[in-house]
Design a protein around this ligand. Structure first.
Ligand SMILES: [Zn+2]
Length: 165
């Protein structure tokens, strides 16, 4: 809608914005996970089956995370999926209080994000079931698999960690 009037202060125009803005696909930070959509779909298939895995290079034995389709160490593409431990320890952690990605709302904060040391690799992950003040570096944590609700047309899965009780 456009409403143009002349007034003493010059031209003015009223514009409108949509009532709702659809979540832009590019700002959904979870990958699309099917074979047609990603070459690391096996990682997500394994996650759905309850296994945390990643790629290891068959030529130089480098273990990568996240999974790769080409080895960053030797540029070979002869990779295989290997299982990762489901338990590790907090290497570092922080608390997210604001500046949320699209799709999250104010009731999602605060939450904890951490670098988790699994032995073969370190990865970053959200830590559920704990607040910042509950945690210390070196605390043991274990894998938790989450199923992501919408907006993709297939079930999606991701990994988080929780403190070991
Ligand atoms: Zn390699």
């Amino acid at each position: 809608m456009t409403d143009t009037t002349d007034s003493n202060s010059g031209k003015r125009e009223r514009i409108s914005v949509p009532e709702e803005i659809e979540l832009p696909r590019l700002l959904d930070f979870y990958d699309l996970q099917t074979e047609d959509q990603t070459q690391i779909h096996e990682f997500y298939d394994n996650l759905q089956e309850g296994q945390l895995t990643t790629t290891q290079c068959c030529d130089c034995e480098e273990i990568h995370f996240p999974p790769r389709i080409v080895c960053p160490e030797c540029t070979g593409d002869n990779l295989e999926y290997v299982e990762l431990p489901h338990e590790g320890e907090l290497f570092a952690f922080s608390e997210v209080r604001g500046g949320l990605p699209l799709g999250l709302s104010e009731h999602d904060v605060p939450y904890v994000v951490a670098a988790v040391d699994l032995g073969p690799i370190k990865l970053s992950a959200r830590i559920d079931d704990a607040s910042y003040g509950d945690l210390e570096i070196g605390d043991p944590v274990e894998l938790k698999i989450v199923e992501i609700d919408g907006p993709a047309d297939h079930k999606r899965f991701f990994y988080r960690f929780v403190p070991q009780r």
